[in-house]
Ligand binder design. Structure first.
Ligand code: NAP
Length: 260
């Protein structure tokens, strides 16, 4: 070997060794911060689970777009570093303005989190206006938002849709009835998740239905066993692991697969 070539090889060796040593560390860092640099849109992000999604995703280096029905009142969401945009999932015009605000930007992950619970009238019976609203927010809302954001999801590299469901949406786990309207809305959302996974597979977009568990939020109430921090930490780990195999499935926050 020419003397100059030998010197160059000697110089390159430590650099190669350093790169080899750094590669696993980089892989570990990617695993530890799986959403780093990804653009994630979370609906209903001004309070409850949506707000905690925004907090943990922002802390993990994601570019978070958090939506709120009243963005001017979403101080806590803004404080997470998220970009705050207006969205009422029941209003097609609001959905269209959201799409317009996003422009041609790619979207890696959509989390359809916004939701409301049912209400049973005192003295029995059903409040059908409320049932219709619950279906509009919890089922038609995510369908409306997802379809409007499909072009942005196709432009993104992450290609994931997460529909925040509930155990109450499982037909098999329904041993008590009740929660009229809410159960139906989440069962419908589960079906939408499964269909979406099939329909979007050719585009490489994955979709799951994900139950947060019973969590201490305005909806879950103070008696719930889980904190938002714990539920979201678990759900983000589940979302990070969603590949082709997991798409079209129904999980809960700790990774347990639920029966439909
Ligand atoms: P939450 O504290 O009541 O928060 C609900 C969020 O949804 C709020 O940001 C609310 O915005 C938003 N929202 C309501 N209607 C909307 C609409 N029409 N358009 C856009 N946003 C709307 O509830 P949470 O406990 O965080 O629940 C989040 C998700 O988890 C829901 O899908 C829920 O069904 C599901 N979940 C929760 C539990 C639990 O134990 N907490 C259990 C199972 C499933 P405003 O502030 O403007 O009302």
């Amino acid at each position: 070997m020419h003397r100059l070539q030998r010197a160059a090889a000697l110089l390159a060796l430590p650099l190669l060794l350093l790169l080899a040593a750094l590669a696993p560390a980089q892989e570990e860092a990617d695993e530890a911060r799986p959403f780093e640099g990804q653009t994630v849109l979370v609906t209903g992000a001004n309070r409850g689970l949506g707000l905690e999604f925004a907090r943990q995703l922002s802390a993990g280096g994601a570019e978070v777009i958090g939506t709120a029905r009243k963005p001017e009142e979403a101080e806590e969401l803004r404080a997470t570093g998220a970009r705050v945009l207006q969205l009422d999932v029941t209003d097609p015009e609001s959905v269209a303005s959201l799409v317009k605000s996003l422009g041609d930007a790619p979207l890696d992950l959509l989390i359809n989190n916004a939701g409301i619970s049912g209400r049973n009238p005192e003295g029995g019976g059903l409040d059908f206006e409320r049932v219709a609203l619950v279906l509009d927010v919890n089922l038609i809302g995510p369908m409306r938002v997802t379809h409007a954001l499909l072009p942005a999801l196709e432009r993104g590299a992450g290609k994931r849709v997460v529909n925040v469901s509930s155990r109450l949406g499982s037909v098999e786990l329904n041993t008590s009835g009740g929660f009229n309207g809410y159960r139906e809305s989440k069962a419908g959302l589960n079906m939408f998740s499964r269909s979406l996974a099939h329909e979007l597979a050719p585009k490489g977009i994955r979709c799951i239905a994900l139950s947060p568990g019973w969590v201490r939020t305005d909806m879950g109430g103070p008696e719930a066993p889980l904190s938002p921090e714990e539920s979201i930490r678990g759900m983000l780990a589940v979302i990070a692991g969603v590949g082709e195999e997991e798409s079209g499935r129904y999980y809960q926050w700790d990774g347990e697969e639920l029966p439909w």
